[in-house]
Design a protein around this ligand. Sequence first.
Ligand code: GLN
Length: 312
Amino acid sequence: AGHEFSAVRAALPQWVEESRKLTSRGNVASYIPELAKSPASALGIHLLNGQGEHLTAGECGLPFTMQSISKVFTLILALMDHGEATVFSKVGKEPTGDDFNSMLKLELVEPGIPFNPLINAGAIAVSSLIKGDGPEEKSARVLSFFRELAANDKLDYDEAVYRSENETGHMNRSLAYFLKENEVLDGCVEEVLQVYFRHCSIRVTCGDLSRMALVLAFDGQDTLTGKTLIPRRFVQIAKTFMTTCGMYNASGEFAISVGLPAKSGVSGGILTLVPGRYGIGVIGPALNRKGNSVAGVDLLEKLSGRFDWSLF
Ligand code: GLN
């Protein structure tokens, strides 16, 4: 394993520069106006092992918002708050093959219940399950859980991205009202959306993502402190959704080309892990047509192919 770590260290800088060339084929997300300001040619990676040794390359210090990556961890928090039976009465377990904000198939699992917790409709339903007295307390619980997983007390919201998405999130608003109409959401729709937009706007670096991913790689244990942060069963559920739905409707392709549980976000972040070995955070804001970091996916393909990381 030490041998592999050295080999990754030796290869990484050059592979980042090779993958970076693909950024010219992608586009930064602009439907959230604030995200359009992201640096299109950036690519960075942070890889962390269970002993706390890390490797970095490219713009690994670039701050970005978690966006859809946060959905993995709000799902886990909702499972810790309520257990499986309650959570899966509000959201299904199946991939969709649709864009992440599609309304088309919203009703197909059971009347009104979104297909899975990683599409927007499903994640909004999950946000409504977070325990707390009002949206501020719910958001504070989410933030403190994320800070614990990232081992970073400084993790916080990007207020500009939050406001930008709140002002322009008409599709998410319509999804949420549709869920309300179908009695999937309890309580005030605007308050649920506040919790949802807030967790999407939590600002991180690749290092934070790698630390959060490492907890998943070790079945809920923080190997660096010895604490259990997540029950193993809920990590298993999260990793399964990451594998089947984590890269939107390119999840099947990614399972073939990389073969690791992963979750991407429209900011260009990717969180992935090699079970029992590494937590990995990647940022590359230029996205391919499926909404995943074009250079980030390419870099992970190189790594997984060369070091035989595919689980399959
Ligand atoms: N906050 C974003 C949205 O709801 C998250 C989407 C994403 O990263 N795919 O549109």
